[in-house]
Design a protein around this ligand. Structure first.
Ligand code: ADP
Ligand code: MG
Length: 258
């Protein structure tokens, strides 16, 4: 590995994925650098979620490699294995436990991360409980939710559920955080709070891939942007380069501003 490549956390090369006759991903090459926030933008149906799903073992790429920590993630790893390797993912639809408290929701992934198998290591998990609770409360403070931590997670607004899910990822201290439209369905106030939280995480040096429609979010956070259209990367660069890119404007037909 050359010195230039040494800070690449995730290296996607030559990835193709089709669903029947539909080529959802065509020869995707993407390198995610350590400590950076890399945004993937593109119209609906461009293949953004499909790309993330191939990285976390939910979908199997037809061809290509996805290298992370010395493993090729296309080689049949289960989502749980990939999560244990250090990749956490915020889904497009919040995946929380609605009947448990907000605090319990944040604590559960920490148990799973520390012990590999939650069920087999329950006694060790119980010994760790106090430390995990403190850390969970700390993350909830960051989210502005510490004062309501006893409430059922199901009672939260959709925007707060999404931010809760973010805390559930952060407590795992992932090496790589993948965010699929983290502000989708949020009111502007919630979006701004989420941007603030993501900026704090960025300042701590966490590597992130963010799929996002809201250009205010993208341009507030991204160090680099890749534009996906019809399954292919059509442009890549720093935010300023992408803003005025003719191909990007073309892909966003109907939106005058990118
Ligand atoms: P994006 O996240 O950019 O909106 P997706 O990755 O969800 O796009 O979808 C890319 C294309 O693949 C779309 O045409 C979508 O309909 C199709 N697609 C996604 N998942 C599946 C699936 N499981 N089966 C069949 N087609 C799919
Ligand atoms: Mg999507």
């Amino acid at each position: 590995m050359s010195a230039e490549q040494s800070n690449i956390v995730l290296d996607i090369s030559g990835v193709n994925k089709s669903f029947g006759g539909l080529q959802a991903l065509s020869d995707i090459n993407l390198q995610i650098e350590e400590g950076k926030t890399h945004a993937i933008i593109g119209p609906n149906g461009a293949g953004k979620s499909t790309l993330l799903n191939t990285c976390i073992g939910l979908l199997q790429a037809d061809t290509g490699r996805i290298d992370f920590e010395g493993h090729d993630l296309t080689k049949g790893f289960m989502p749980h294995d990939i999560n244990q390797m250090g990749i956490s993912r915020v889904f497009q639809t919040p995946q929380i436990f609605p009947d448990l408290s907000i605090l319990q929701n944040v604590m559960i992934p920490a148990f799973a991360k520390r012990d590999g198998s939650f069920k087999l290591n329950i006694f060790k998990a119980l010994r760790d409980e106090k430390a995990i609770e403190e850390e969970a409360l700390h993350f909830l403070e960051d989210l502005g939710m510490a004062d309501q931590h006893h409430n059922h997670a199901g009672s939260l607004s959709r925007g707060n559920k999404r931010r809760l899910e973010l805390a559930m990822c952060l407590i795992q201290h992932p090496k790589l955080l993948l965010l699929d439209e983290p502000t989708a369905g949020m009111a502007r106030h919630d979006t701004n709070q989420t941007i603030e939280l993501l900026m704090k995480i960025k300042a701590r040096g966490m590597t992130k891939v963010i799929i996002e429609h809201d250009m205010h979010v993208v341009f507030s956070l991204a160090d680099k942007i890749s534009v996906l259209a019809q399954g292919a990367i059509i442009a890549e660069g720093h935010p300023d380069e992408i803003k005025g890119h003719p191909k990007v404007r073309e892909a966003y037909l109907g939106s005058a501003e990118v």
